[in-house]
Design a protein around this ligand. Sequence first.
Ligand SMILES: NC(=O)c1ccc[n+]([C@@H]2O[C@H](COP(=O)([O-])OP(=O)(O)OC[C@H]3O[C@@H](n4cnc5c(N)ncnc54)[C@H](OP(=O)(O)O)[C@@H]3O)[C@@H](O)[C@H]2O)c1
Length: 372
Amino acid sequence: MKNHPPRTFRDDRDDEKFMKIALKLSQRGSGFTEPNPMVGAVVVKNGKILSCGYHQAFGLKHAETMALENLTVPGTTLYLTLEPCSHFGKTPPCTDLIIAKKVRRVVVAMVDPNPRVNGSGIRKLRAHGIRTRCGPGGDWAAYVNRHYLKFIKTATPYVTLHAGISLDGKLTDDAGHSRWITSEQGRRYSHSLRGEFSAILAGHGTILADNPRLNLREPGWEGKTLYRVVLDSANTLPLSLNIFQEQERFPLVIFSSNAAANRKKKVPLHFFVRHDANGLVLAEVLEQLSKLGIASLLVEGGGRVLDSFIRERLFDEAAFFISDKIVGGRNSVQIFASGVTRLEDALELVDCRWSEYAGGTMMRGFRKCSPV
Ligand SMILES: NC(=O)c1ccc[n+]([C@@H]2O[C@H](COP(=O)([O-])OP(=O)(O)OC[C@H]3O[C@@H](n4cnc5c(N)ncnc54)[C@H](OP(=O)(O)O)[C@@H]3O)[C@@H](O)[C@H]2O)c1
């Protein structure tokens, strides 16, 4: 192995700067790369960016290939938001390309915990005399790829709860109507949020009450596939509902109870799982979704479904649009009807971020003990 000059303060400062650029770039793949991670790559020589790339969509070129394939200059530094792969997958190992292009130094934000990589990419580069550094931008990289990290570590989709709620925590008015608790801006945010996920889930009650399409209509998500998941224990949803339309681009996945397995499947992706006192067993639903390669799930409600996910602590993040309306009422649907009997047991969200919109506030926070 070669003897390398020691790393300098200047190197460290540049590493942070160029990694930030690579991370921003990686986020352009948001919503399109799953179950793969989002990855950004920046190639630098003498403080100047020579080329860059990012993983645009599942099955397309890796970020490293985009950044390096047309480059002829040796002795560069490559900034990568995730460790490069060293195995044959849908594409050849990225480490081979890095070695072939005579890159001098590789800086990665974090190790890829995928068991097929997990440090082997870095080891291979080092074995070929390429200096490597791991760590700059690591926290941001883990945040950007939180769906991927949960999925790869636990084989369960990353679950985000989403709802538009009144200031007093209601999903509907006293007569059961939810149109419109949120403002026009809040609704547009909610629609766009769907694009960040592989799948979206709603309960039988919402499908019947609102007859939603649960599709992607906001600009920026053209061409994206989004799975729509519906919980329908008794398999009784009428085929005339909007949810049965547009299945080519928005495949419909239905879950019913084992007891209803004798009824005809309504869609090719119709699964039968166990049913207990609270409804379909959600752990089985999530397991089946992970088998379909669904790395992230947005749970849009309604009340009973959100209640189940909260009660069973089966979520990682919450994204609630809290409107400036007070609704009240004894029959209005609540976000967490089961509740807790002692304040000490209340669910705490951490790292909450609040953004102001016309007519309300968007809150995104994380479950305290989420595995990510
Ligand atoms: N403000 C908002 O953001 C928002 C969003 C969505 C919906 N909503 C509103 O919420 C209302 C519907 O809420 P909802 O509580 O009546 O119905 P829901 O939560 O949409 O659906 C509940 C139904 O899902 C089925 N289910 C199967 N397994 C389940 C499980 N493990 N946990 C919970 N449910 C399970 C059950 O029906 P089966 O036994 O028949 O399977 C259950 O009755 C509508 O008025 C809608 O407009 C508001």
